[in-house]
Design a protein around this ligand. Structure first.
Ligand code: ADP
Length: 438
């Protein structure tokens, strides 16, 4: 490039020196030089025109071979041709990638929808037409909440926090159960994935119905068996001696079965009933006082110390019975697994996010770290013998987790073997309020 440039300059200097010399010999150096400058200018204007025409032509079609040019112009034409070719190839590559992406999303069973910062549809695949009734290209730029008008969807879409997916019937076919998952990206843009989970939903409903029905059907026979065994034990003295022990054991086991059935029914009701029913602002201090009083009466012989710290004005919006059941499950567990004369604390703390922690702590045996993530699974027990000795069903923490989820709350467990455990129920700010104290 530099050599082209310097030789062009050299040639220019040579031509003008020659022109000036000729002009001087002819006695009109200025006129001859001016004529030379004009010819030089015309030459460059011609090259520029060639370049202009060539670029104009390339705007509408693939880059054609550049015009012939000499010296510096030859270099400019070739370099521009090279740049144009590279750009053209890059565009072709990009187009190929976009086509491939569109082809692959077109055959997807799942709907893929791109939404702009204003909530309007930018692009979607054919599955979105099938599952949600979108019409291409008519719905281009239409706000998504005008096309899916279900209040639950509008609330989910506007909330902006998409930690968990939303399950909803299809707006065009109520027999389809869909799962919506939104991810935010760029400047307020969103990618929405929608999949048909009708089959899965049907199986899940069958499982829930089955557990609910079985528990319901078993309740009466077990109650009858427990009742007869208790009646027999009431008249222990008239029983043949060798029958007393087996009947005592049968009674103990039938009580356990009753508890399991009760917990399974509770879980099944929590899973099938809508969470919004019977919600009120509950005075937390009074609820915790009731739970503490009831728990103190269960394990009187253990002589444990119960402590409660909660401001009187704090209120939680929720279902009284469900919250009682969840927190009392945690307090009863603490009392159950903690040694006699141990300490159980119920503490309420406001958190930095404006929410609230209800902490149930004990100085009992603690739980090894590897068990903690699995504690809320149904029938998971750290120590089978410890749990069954104490009449546990293995369903208590599963119930707690369900109740908390229905209150937009979550359970955190911190524990150290030999030191004790903290079960922390974290409620979000929207659930918390202050009552006027009279
Ligand atoms: P269970 O009816 O067996 O108590 P849960 O679901 O309530 O079932 O608890 C699951 C397991 O977690 C229990 O079996 C027990 O091993 C352990 N656990 C729960 N709470 C405590 C606690 N406060 N201290 C020690 N272990 C606990």
């Amino acid at each position: 490039m530099f050599s082209d440039w310097y030789s062009a300059l050299r040639r220019l200097a040579l031509i003008f020196s020659a022109l000036f010399a000729t002009g001087w010999l002819l006695g009109a150096p200025a006129t001859v030089t001016l004529a030379g400058v004009l010819i030089y200018l015309l030459y460059h204007l011609r090259q520029l025109r060639k370049l202009y025409n060539w670029l104009k032509h390339n705007e509408v079609s693939e880059p054609t071979t550049p015009p012939e040019g000499r010296g510096i112009w030859g270099y400019v034409f070739d370099a521009m041709y090279l740049l144009q070719r590279r750009e053209h190839e890059a565009i072709a590559d990009l187009r190929g990638i976009i086509n491939k992406a569109q082809e692959s999303t077109a055959v997807l069973e799942m709907a893929v929808i791109m939404i702009n910062g204003k909530g309007g549809l930018v692009w979607w695949n054919p599955a979105a037409n099938r599952l949600l009734g979108f019409q291409s290209p008519k719905d281009q730029n239409q706000p998504v909440i005008n096309l899916i008008r279900e209040p639950q969807f509008i609330e989910y879409f506007n909330r902006g926090l998409y930690k968990s997916p939303l399950k909803l019937n299809s707006p065009i076919n109520s027999s389809l159960m869909l799962e919506f998952q939104i991810t935010s990206f760029g400047e307020g843009e969103r990618l929405m994935l929608v999949r048909d989970i009708s089959q899965l939903h049907k199986l899940e409903m069958m499982r829930k119905d089955f557990v609910g029905n079985v528990s319901h059907e078993l309740r009466t026979p077990i109650t009858v068996i427990t009742g007869y065994l208790e009646t027999m034990l009431d008249d222990k003295d008239n029983l043949p001696k060798r029958w007393v022990r087996p009947i005592e054991q049968m009674s103990q086991q039938s009580h356990r079965m009753e508890n399991i059935i009760r917990d399974l029914l509770t879980l099944s009701q929590l899973e099938t009933r809508s969470a919004s029913k019977q919600q009120s602002d509950i005075k937390l201090a009074s609820l915790l006082r009731d739970i503490k009083r009831d728990a103190e009466q269960v394990f009187t012989d253990k002589k444990q110390q119960f402590h409660l710290a909660c401001e009187d004005s704090t209120q939680i919006r929720g279902n009284m019975n469900e919250l009682y059941s969840a927190i009392s499950n945690l307090v009863l567990n603490a009392a159950k697994y903690t040694q006699p004369e141990g300490e159980i604390r119920l503490t309420v703390q406001h958190t930095t996010d404006g929410g609230l922690d209800v902490i149930i702590s004990d100085n009992g045996p603690g739980i090894a770290a590897q068990h903690i993530p699995r504690l809320t699974e149904r029938f998971y027990r750290v120590d089978e013998s410890r749990s069954t000795d104490t009449g546990g069903t293995g369903l208590g923490l599963a119930i707690v987790k369900h109740v908390l989820a229905r209150h937009d709350a979550r359970l955190n467990i911190k524990s150290e073997v030999g030191k004790g455990s903290d079960f922390i129920c974290h409620f979000p700010p929207e659930r918390i309020s202050r009552a006027a104290i009279d």
